[in-house]
Design a protein around this ligand. Structure first.
Ligand code: AMP
Length: 691
């Protein structure tokens, strides 16, 4: 817990007991009919204590991030304003709205589609193009066998509790999380120790077993949020949407819960396509489906969403990355596992230090963490509200070497938007085993290498005579011995001539004699090393990133008259749905013709724009486009030159009609900044553009 919050909780507890004690004193004085001056003095002291108490309450509210503070919008009020604008301007729309919608399903409207396509275009440029990744596009409908091999059929579950009377389902960890957050934020009277305990529960929530989760729910007396009825014990619910492929109903399948499996099953062909060379990465953008138990928080938890995933295949013995030095000096908020366990908060760490100290497992994982940081901040995510949180030991799958989530802070708290995991060789091994197709890579040696190999050669004739129908089981068990076991057997056979050997498929010991198996170590020349590659997987929830971007870009500012708050999205040109608007200042044929000429040049330059020749006041037209986050506006107020206004500063420059489209293109393409434009062109001096 932050020191200030802890000391404020202590101070508040002391002040509350002082108020209570003083209240008793006043009551006692009144009961004893003490003198008026004496009672008045006691009341004044009590009032002073109450004032001090409410001042500490205010500070504590600010420390835990609630309340309207001094004119600062609370998280809920802020979200309301942003979401109202987003839905009103059709950035997104609840799907099937005229039929009252379906929880967890959303449509993107026109500006939302444009933002999404800009985010995906930048993702392709920043990752696929930069690293020469192999992009694939696989089906959403996936046969059961694939998801059985990957473990999803058995394990892709969340823990659910049911309202024991109505049967309504809830996600068990969400109920516990909400309870802890609410207590911490709204119950200012809890002791510092209790607050530390609740924070520890929050930090280790993903670590809790079904039993531990169930007993916490009971301990805190958590009931169904809507009815206050008791809840069932938590039990697992599989999140995949099941279907069947073809009309017979005999071929079960699922809508994919992630895009990664499509890449793994194609590994052999992709490796060949890449000239049988490692490392290489494959990438895929596509829809994923998860039947979330209780979707909420708008675009953040939905039942169908776009994932963009990278599977970077690498030699497990060499996880260095050739471009690692390009990101090693980056410094940003990181939240290693030890800091989380000891209740500290995320702090700025140099990525290179985190890798060299072993906090981040290897260079390639570090490289992708750095690239994800650059990707998100270039999109417009505020770097001070972005942190990389390491998974706790139990939160991580047993096979994973290390995992970090890029979490973005918004009105719902810290939200995981990108998962970056070193999944070792798990997925390729699982599919090799199930399909019988080896998904391996080979390192060819420039010179053949001499290696000593253990050779176990069961003598089938002797084993057949001794074990008859069980011969196959004994042969397989002998061949499956590891080196230590085999060498021990060899030594025993040489000294005693016979050993007892446990065959697990028979469930019993059998006697093995010296003539039944030959065990030796032989020198062999090898031309290559065959191994299963490790995979490092950055997985991006595109909808979550976009929603966080909406929140980080949204602000309000007073209108010129000061009578209303106007909404603005400060999208960088890279993601803005429309880059520019073109307005004639007043309705006039000549100005309209100029506006059309500029619009034509913008189209030719590939700049998305909107031309507005309505008679609405210029201030209103600016306000309308600010709400869509349009970064530049060209206003035609003469036939020779025009003004270009920048959205956030509202500053304007004068540019010739011929140059206008090229200037807008250069500043939206990132060839130059608005500051460069401001320096180069004459300023338009009629005060703010909105005048
Ligand atoms: P996971 O495979 O669970 O690590 O998820 C990968 C990414 O998908 C996460 O980092 C999220 O950004 C995103 N994601 C997961 N579940 C959802 C959901 N229900 N709605 C929207 N995005 C999700």
């Amino acid at each position: 817990m932050a020191a200030s919050e802890e000391s404020l909780r202590k101070a508040l507890a002391e002040k509350l007991s002082a108020v209570e004690a003083h209240g008793n004193t006043v009551r006692a004085l009144k009961a004893a009919k003490a003198s008026k001056p004496e009672i008045d003095a006691a009341i004044e002291a009590l009032n002073n204590l109450k004032l001090e108490k409410s001042s500490i309450e205010k500070q504590l509210q600010a420390a835990v991030g609630v309340g309207d503070g001094d004119g600062v919008l609370s998280r809920e009020t802020f979200r309301q304003a942003a979401v109202n604008t987003l839905e009103r301007r059709l950035f997104y729309i609840p799907s099937f709205k005229i039929y009252r919608g379906v929880a967890g399903l959303y449509d993107y409207g026109p500006p939302g589609c444009a933002v999404k396509s800009n985010v995906l275009a930048f993702w392709r440029q920043h990752f696929v193009l930069e690293e020469n990744m192999l992009e694939v596009d696989c089906p959403c409908v996936t046969p059961e066998v694939v998801l059985k091999a990957s473990g999803h059929v058995e394990k892709f579950t969340d823990l659910m509790v049911k309202d024991e009377k109505t049967g309504t389902c809830y996600r068990a960890d969400h109920l516990l999380k909400d309870f802890c957050n609410e207590k911490l934020q709204k119950d200012l009277t809890i002791s510092a120790e209790k607050a530390a305990e609740l924070k520890h529960v929050l930090a280790t929530l993903d670590d809790l077993s079904p039993e531990a989760l169930g007993s916490k729910i009971k301990e805190y007396g958590i009931t169904a949020p809507d009815t206050k009825n008791p809840l069932s014990d938590p039990y697992p619910f599989n999140l995949m949407f099941q279907t069947s492929i073809g009309p017979s109903g005999l071929s079960p399948g699922y809508m994919r819960p992630e895009t990664a499996q499509g890449i793994f099953v194609n590994f052999k062909d992709l490796y060949y396509y890449n000239g049988n060379k490692l490392p290489f990465a494959a990438a895929q953008i596509g829809q994923a489906f998860r039947n979330e138990i209780s979707p909420r928080q708008g675009l953040l938890r939905v039942r169908e969403f776009t994932l963009a995933e990278i599977e970077h295949f690498v030699d497990p013995e060499d996880k260095s990355h050739p471009k690692y030095s390009e990101v090693a000096d980056l410094e940003f908020l990181m939240f290693p596992r030890d800091e989380q366990m000891s209740g500290q908060s995320a702090k700025k760490i140099c990525l290179g230090d985190a890798v060299s100290k072993g906090i981040v497992n290897n260079e390639t994982l570090g490289y992708f963490i750095g690239r994800v940081f650059l990707f998100l901040t270039r999109l417009g995510i505020d770097k001070d509200r972005l942190r990389f949180r390491q998974h706790l030991a139990n939160e991580m799958a047993h096979y994973a070497a290390d995992c970090w989530d890029a979490e973005i802070e918004g009105s719902y708290g810290w939200i995981e938007c990108v998962g970056i995991a070193d999944r070792s060789a798990y997925d390729l091994c699982a599919h090799s085993e199930k399909s019988g197709v080896p998904l391996v890579a080979a390192e060819k040696f420039s010179e053949p290498r001499e290696v000593e190999k253990l050779v176990i050669a069961p003598v089938k004739k002797e084993l057949g005579l001794a074990f008859k129908g069980n011969q196959k089981n004994v042969v397989e068990a002998l061949e499956a011995m590891d080196e230590k076991e085999a060498l021990e057997m060899k030594a025993s056979l040489e000294s005693k001539g016979e050993v007892e050997f446990y065959v697990c498929t028979l469930g019993e010991n059998v006697p093995i004699k010296k003539n039944m198996v030959s065990i030796s170590k032989e020198k062999k020349k090898e031309h290559q090393r065959v191994f299963t590659p490790s995979v490092i997987e950055p997985s991006f929830g595109i909808g979550r990133i976009i929603y966080c971007l909406f929140e980080h870009s949204f602000y309000t500012r007073p209108s010129k008259a000061g009578d209303e708050q106007l909404n603005v999205f400060r999208f960088p040109p890279l993601v803005a749905p429309i880059k520019c608007t073109v307005f004639p200042l007043v309705q006039n044929q000549q100005y309209e013709d100029v506006a059309k000429v500029i619009s034509k040049s913008l189209t030719a330059a590939g700049i998305s724009h909107k031309i507005d020749i309505t008679g609405t006041s210029i201030g209103k037209r600016y306000a309308r486009t600010d709400e869509l986050g349009v970064p530049f506006a060209v206003t035609v107020d003469s036939t020779e030159d025009v003004t270009i206004r920048e959205r956030d500063s509202k500053l304007q420059v004068r540019v010739s009609v011929e140059e206008a489209a090229a200037v807008v293109k250069s500043v939206t393409d990132g060839q130059r900044t608005w500051e460069d434009v401001w320096e180069k062109f004459p300023h338009h001096s009629s005060g703010s553009a909105d005048d």
